[in-house]
Ligand binder design. Structure first.
Ligand SMILES: [Zn+2]
Length: 447
């Protein structure tokens, strides 16, 4: 049945590239509250454009609930295969770091540059055009194949939550928003605040996001001479600024806090040691320190499928209130409640209160699950790569939004990750290969 597919895939390469270019041109960064759109006008434009592209390819489409989400569907049957991706992108960051306009796609040496080429417009469209190639080849799907377009993946997933409230859930699916071969386990993702009244008089603020290891932290208080002495003693790097002492850390994603150096932690350790104390400073200095696994609080917490618990203090704010913003990645088999209970006990010793900000439950499909087996088989057969194994990850994709779902592609195992970075780019040959793999995957899952 699938002999003829290769020519149909080949003829989708140019339209796929053109569609990626069209979508990347739209700077679909979240701008909440702009106009009458949930996440701003650009995201709405990207959603409408994606639905128009899908409509032109012969899918039936729906613009969902004032632009919270959309979907495109083909095939028939009682069951549904869901393919979940997103149309929003992270901001470009400093434009000087880009060689070309991030929203004016540029092709060079087989690579297409632009924000969203890798995350997630390229991969999502590769899967969409894969289904188109199957349609052109006359394949009959015995399930409905539904492409679900999220609009709020990079922020709070309100799009997919709204979809789940209002629409039919797929019976199985994959999310083309990661790396091949596939991700069968994603850690639980907990973001929380620890808060207490500030009775210390210490003022301090730093860090930019829950999920980023802070690489700098400024102390502008009166004890700079003592602090410098202590920093020297501890071997912590710093520079003297006009307005204070800047502690130097190293940035990293909160999935890999062990690869970074947490400047907040270093400052708190040093401050506590010279007698500048507060609830939050003491909590960090005594309970966490520079340990990305927070072993003092949680013991050795790890499991076989997904590895160690990880913790990142992303922000500190000592004003009227003391507030820490903490990002945690929990092993897939460890119950969240047991972790929260330990954290609460630890925080209570410093009169800090636990407040949950966001929780994304883990996913974990056993290696003998039919989705893992089917997709691994398809991947091995069509990529020529028979060495790469299914992976566990601390990251989060829409795979965890529905049951029987994994993250599948589209980056090849050796392709550099450029998502969320300047000069984001996709290797076009790899994107076309991904389209081929997706075509065979959709075929296998719908026969
Ligand atoms: Zn993504």
């Amino acid at each position: 049945m699938l002999e003829k597919i290769d020519s149909h895939l080949a003829s989708q390469q140019a339209p796929l590239k053109a569609a990626v270019v069209e979508l990347v041109r739209i700077p679909s960064v979240c701008r909440e509250g702009e106009g009458r759109y949930p996440f701003g006008e650009a995201i709405d434009q990207a959603l409408c454009k994606a639905l128009r592209i899908a409509g032109d390819l012969g899918f039936t489409t729906k613009y969902g609930d004032q632009g919270y989400y959309g979907f495109a569907e083909t095939g028939e049957g009682e069951k549904m295969l869901g393919i979940l991706g997103h149309l929003d992108v992270v901001p470009p960051g400093k434009l000087d770091d880009w060689k070309h306009d991030p929203f004016d796609p540029f092709e060079k040496e087989g690579m297409l540059y632009g924000r969203g080429t890798q995350d997630d417009k390229g991969p999502l469209l590769a899967a969409l055009f894969a289904a188109k190639a199957l349609m052109d080849a006359g394949v009959k799907f015995n399930k409905r194949v539904r492409f679900i377009f999220g609009t709020d993946e990079e922020t709070l997933w309100r799009c997919i939550e709204r979809y789940k409230e209002k629409e039919e859930l797929p019976d199985m699916g994959f999310s083309p928003d990661s790396r091949f071969p596939l991700t069968y386990a994603e850690k639980g993702l907990l973001q929380l605040h620890l808060e207490g009244r500030n009775e210390s008089g210490v003022k301090l603020t730093g860090g930019s996001a829950f999920n980023a290891v802070p690489d700098t932290m400024l102390y502008a208080g009166e004890r700079q001479a003592d602090l410098v002495h202590k920093l020297d003693e501890l071997g912590f790097a710093y520079i003297r600024q006009e307005n204070g002492i800047e502690i130097l850390g190293k940035a990293a994603h909160a999935m890999f806090p062990e690869q970074g150096i947490n400047a907040i932690a270093r400052l708190c350790i040093a401050l506590c040691a010279i007698g500048i104390q507060s609830r939050a400073i003491n909590f960090i200095a005594r309970e966490i320190g520079e340990d990305p696994y927070a072993t003092r609080i949680f013991g050795e917490c790890a499991d076989e499928p997904s590895g160690k618990l990880k913790l990142n203090v992303g922000k500190i704010d000592l004003g009227e209130v003391e507030r820490l913003s903490i990002d945690m990645r929990l092993p897939v088999t460890v119950p969240k409640e047991s972790i929260v209970a330990k954290l609460k006990i630890s925080a209570a010793q410093f009169a800090l209160e636990y407040k949950e900000f966001d929780w994304l439950a883990p996913i974990y499909l056993p290696l003998d699950h039919f989705m893992v087996k089917t997709l691994m088989q398809v991947y091995r057969q069509h990529s020529g790569d028979d060495r790469s194994e299914p992976r566990a990850s601390g990251g989060a994709t829409y795979a965890r939004a529905i049951d029987n779902c994994v993250a599948f592609g589209a980056l090849t195992p050796d392709e550099p990750v450029t998502e969320h970075q300047p000069n984001e780019r996709t290797v076009l040959e790899n994107l076309y290969k991904a389209m081929e793999i997706y075509a065979h995957a959709i075929y296998e899952l719908t026969q």
